[in-house]
Design a protein around this ligand. Sequence first.
Ligand code: AMP
Length: 389
Amino acid sequence: MLNIALFGPPGAGKGTQSEFLIKTYNLFYISTGDLLRKETANKSKLGLEAQGIIASGGLVSDEIIVQIIEKTITDHSDANGFLFDGFPRTYIQAYILEGLMLKLHTSLDCLISLAVPEDESVSRLLKRGQSSGRSDDNETVIRNRLKEYNEKTLPVLQFYKDKGIFHEIDGTKSIEEVNLDVTKIIKNELSKKLFNIVIFGYPGSGRGSQGKAIAKKFDLEYVATGQMLEREIASGSPTGKKILALYESGQLVPDEIVVQLIERKIENSKDVKGFIFKGFPRTLVQSYILDGLLRKHGSQISKIIEIEVPTLELINRLDERSKTTNCMPYDNSTAKIVKRLQEHETKTVPVIEKYNQLHEVVKVSGLGLFDEVFERISIEVEKAIKSMR
Ligand code: AMP
């Protein structure tokens, strides 16, 4: 998700810049001013309460703002991101926004302030007043709106300076120039965002070989927990020895160990564009772990792909593989193959179902040549990258 707040005094050009940003970055636009005007036009209880305050140029109470904004945000939780215009306007609203973003497991990426001197604001608003039809675009009300801005809204900037996500732009420049400045900030923000894929599929679906190839093509770090455990054993580290002992006694490797390994991998992978996870999460518990791990690093899952292959074809492929040098110790007998397929069915399918309710899981057919499947997956990944940028 990409979440941006546009900040600035009335008449700074927030609305104008918003039009471009919504289209370019496919964002859901939230203007508290527009939402309030809609409530007023519909003569709703909230609208009637707000009407007089808006007409005088004052700020509507934070209670009213929470009510109108919370529903709009939660109703569009699947948006690509939000663009806030005219919100947060008070210090309290800055906290409200933090809470709302947290609820959606996301956060505000940047606040862009369009700096415009008071006289320029007034003259722009008076000009707009000739055609806007807005009763609050007249000089007395404009002066009051600016007074409210200076007293209640400007202090909000400190909140975002402290968070390190505040950016200021000279709003007196031409629309095109401001546009370029805003885009520069957003591009920089996007380049810092990790792109994370989870690739699902039954054993034999090709998720490992496809995952590796996709990682290479899109410059992502490939995280395969099975492989990581093997490497740890080979390294002879104390954790490796523990894993080996568990393997030898036929026990499962506890999540604590897997988490440690993934965490280390994320921490050691500086300057990467993102991760592709294969073989993790395998259980519902691990799905919560992955969400938590990514969240801890200010990130989240960007795309979930499931490679679909009919069961008989899977058995056929695993059986074929068992006769080659690529045979894994865990598919050298029919009984083991069936057990792995069952494990996926009972433990991992519920994880895919859970994700399907939260995010969209894109299903890709795993039938055909390797390159054909690779092409299908690549198209989906490209689409997801595009929607992020
Ligand atoms: P705008 O369209 O953003 O210029 O807002 C018009 C008027 O709506 C403001 O002058 C306020 O009276 C009210 N308003 C809009 N957003 C907020 C907000 N976040 N907090 C309080 N009042 C608001």
